[in-house]
Structure formats: C-alpha cells, structure tokens
Design a binder for this molecule. Structure first.
Ligand SMILES: *Cc1c(COP(=O)(O)O)cnc(C)c1O
Length: 425
C-alpha cells in the first residue's frame, strides 16, 4: 500500500475504517475545544463511556441492597469475577478456568512467583530482559533475596547487543541453554514497555521448558494489544494490568493466567478465603481447599467497584474481537511510521524509530528517539494537544490505539510535529 501524507487521504482511511464508530464510545480530554490526539493508551487507556454505567450499577445496588448485594445485586458480588472468565479468556487465548482477575499486577506476579519460583541450591536462577520495567526489577531482587540468594548471581538479564535497540531471540535462546540446569524461571515481558518490541513467547516457552524451567510473562503491554495464545503456547503463568490497552481506569485490577496443567497440582501458594472451594467458602472451615483453576490463586473478596469498569471494557473488547483490532492496529501503526518518515524528510531532521520495523516484532507502539531538541519538542507537542510521554534519555512513545484513534489524528500529529521541529531548529 502506498500511503499519502495528506488530510484528504487520512480521511479516506477513516471512512473505510470498520472500527471508526468505537471512537464515540470513549471520552477524550479536550484541547481548545477539540479532542486531544491521544498516544498514551499504552499507559492509561481512555475512559469508555459505558464504564460509568457499570460503576453506577454497583453504587445503586450497594445503596439499595447493602449486604444483600452479595447475592441479589443485578450482578451479584460474591461471584462477580466469574463474568470475566469467558470474554477475558478469549482475549488472551486461554480456557475460561485458566484466567482470573484480582489485585494489581506486581502483587499478582509476586503471588504467582510463590508458586512458580521454587529455587533449590542447584536450580535458582531467573532469566529476564535487560531494563525490564522497574517494578519487575525490584520484584526479582526482592524475591531472590527472600529465598536467600544473591541478585547479582541469581538474576540473569538478556542484554541488547552493542549499538542495537532490541533483544535478539537467538540471544534469549542461547542464554536459556547456557544457564540450563541452574535455571528455575524465565519471566519476560510479552511486549517491552520501552521499545515496543514483541517477544516470541511460544519459542521462549519451548526453550525454557526444555531445560526444566517454568516460564511466565508480564503482559502489561500485551493484553488487549497483541494476539495471545497462552494455553496453546504452554505458558505456565502470566499477569497483566488492565489500565493500559484495556482501559479499565487508573491503577485498576490485574488479570492472571495459570495453565490448566497446574490446576490440580499441589503448588505452594499464599492463600486466602476467596481461593477456597466455592461451594464450601462460607462454611468457614479451617483447612484450605483451593478451587481447581486460576480462581484458586484468589486471596481476598473482590473490590467490586474497580472490577465494574474493567468488566465494561472487557465486554467491549469481546464484542469487537482481537482480530479486527489487530488489523487496524497494523495499518494505523504503519501509517504513523510513514508520517514520521515523511516529516523527517521534509524538515531534514534526525529522529530514529527504535521499535522493530517488521510487523511480527511490533504492535501498537512506536518509540521515537529524538536527537537534539527532544525535550522541547515533547513539550511543544503537549502544549498543542498531542498527549504522548517522555522517557529518558530522549524517547517519546506513540501508541495509536486502534479502538479510538483515527488516521486523521496521525496526519494532524505529523503537522504539529513538523511545526515543533521547525520552531526549535
Ligand atoms: C505498567 C507496568 C507495570 C505496572 O505494575 P503495577 O503493579 O500495575 O503498578 C508492571 N510491569 C510492566 C511491564 C508494566 O509495563
């Protein structure tokens, strides 16, 4: 396809976009009376209009029914999370019993590591990506230390090669083989938060299992963004937050996956009453009898007010399906890439897209390295209604979320960017 950097052309792509009506399902912050150009759906997704209806419903049930809402609310609270199983499992390529929602992301990864990071004196190492999201780095360090190991020795980071921005799969595989019998766990991001690189999870799982390690994923930037087949790939466990691509609201609940083959195992876990056998939960028995499924990792009764907007969003995703989202995602990301290159040529600038250029290794994010006046260009964009984010040393991340951004947004962004570069030259 040959793209054009004109308003007319961008509008013609919008006219053909079968998801264009979904933009109206979201609330955009306003800049000078117009919707902002929103590129940070990879950080905090926009509010779906139907979220408020779901939250209001819980508030009303609470007002009208109080404690009886647990059983008689419009959507009863005591098993509210079960409404997620069907639609959410489809979004991540799992069976309904393999997914659950609870807590927040880092908490869930910690809880899952209690079960899936069981170091022994011989097998105690963790493989992860270099410059993983900071929360993951602190998590690895504290997990390893709590078991009495030295992070310097027990945490093995896969590095980028000199002068390269992305991690090569052959380097991941070679390191897994090299650590071999000392490897307890591979815990990787599905999509790197900084560069937007998508990792080949299926191949990583195979390699990890081959040397006898467990393999899990932090899917913060993957859920709602890429096609996942967690069950078929044999992933042991995974967790994701819901406030990025899944638009559930700030700091909101996390989703978890535990592969079916672990459902009847005696894996140790940190337990609580919400993971106990559902039929017998209210008998208040002294011995823990876990639910056979991801729900068996639940601890507390659920924060219904936070699940409500998440459920609204999951149902919206289920209505559309990942396939259509991914088709638009690929096209709009390519269009954005085209616009960036056009502007770069027109103003004779020097920015560099550090996200992989092949479609297999990227999704809905382009990370752009701005040489020179990066910070002032970023400030200029923000002042002119383009919401993006800044990462040291000189990177802006642009996520053209297919659910609610338009091709016209991409064109308009290009014009504002060009202006910003000219002003700061
Ligand atoms: C956003 C993000 C997190 C955030 O974790 P919380 O526990 O929800 O604060 C963790 N890991 C990655 C890779 C992220 O991108």
């Amino acid at each position: 396809m040959t793209f054009q950097n004109t308003l007319e052309y961008a509008k013609s792509l919008d006219a053909q976009d079968e998801l264009k009506h979904y933009r109206k399902e979201f609330i955009f912050p306003q800049h000078k009376g117009k919707d902002v150009i929103y590129f940070t759906g990879n950080s905090l997704g926009l509010q779906p209009k139907r979220a408020r209806t779901y939250v209001d419903e819980v508030m009303d049930d609470w007002a009208n029914l109080a404690v009886e809402g647990h059983f008689y609310a419009n959507k009863p609270w005591w098993d509210y999370q079960e409404r997620f199983a069907e639609p959410l499992s489809k979004l991540v390529g799992a069976k309904p019993s393999e997914v659950t929602v609870m807590n927040t992301l880092t908490i869930n990864l910690h809880l899952l590591m209690v079960s899936f990071y069981r170091p022994t004196s011989k097998r105690y190492k963790i493989i992860c990506e270099e410059k993983a999201f900071p929360s993951d780095q602190y998590m690895f360090q504290s997990q390893v230390t709590s078991h009495g190991y030295n992070p310097q020795d027990a945490i093995v980071e896969i590095k980028r090669r000199e002068g390269e921005h992305n991690i090569r799969i052959e380097d991941i595989l070679a390191k897994i083989e090299e650590v071999g019998e000392e490897l307890a766990l591979v815990l990787f991001g599905g999509v790197n938060y900084y560069t937007g690189q998508v990792f080949d999870m299926k191949t990583i799982v195979e390699a990890g299992h081959k040397v006898g390690a467990n393999v899990g994923f932090d899917l913060a930037h993957a859920a709602g963004n890429i096609q996942l087949e967690l069950h078929d790939w044999n992933v042991d466990f995974a967790a994701w937050c819901s406030y990025k691509y899944m638009n559930s609201g700030p700091g909101n609940a996390s989703g978890c996956f535990v592969h079916e083959r672990h459902h009847h195992s005696n894996l140790p876990r940190f337990a609580g009453w919400w993971g106990h056998n559902k039929e017998r939960r209210f008998k208040m028995e002294p011995t823990f009898d876990p639910v056979h499924g991801a729900d068996g990792w639940q601890v507390s009764n659920l924060p219904i007010l936070t699940l409500a907007p998440y459920l609204a969003s999951v149902e919206l995703f289920a209505e559309i399906g990942m396939e259509k989202l991914i088709a638009k995602r690929n096209q709009i990301t390519s269009y954005l890439e085209f616009i960036l290159h056009e502007i770069d040529k027109e103003v004779n600038s020097t920015f560099e897209i550090i996200t992989p250029s092949n479609q297999e290794e990227r999704a809905c994010q382009l990370s752009v390295f701005l040489h020179g006046e990066g910070r002032s260009i970023f400030d200029y964009l923000m002042k002119n209604g383009v919401i993006t984010d800044w990462r040291e040393p000189n990177v802006i991340r642009l996520a053209p979320v297919p659910l609610y951004t338009s091709y016209e947004d991409m064109y308009q962004f290009g014009q504002i960017l060009k202006q910003g570069i000219v002003v700061h030259k």
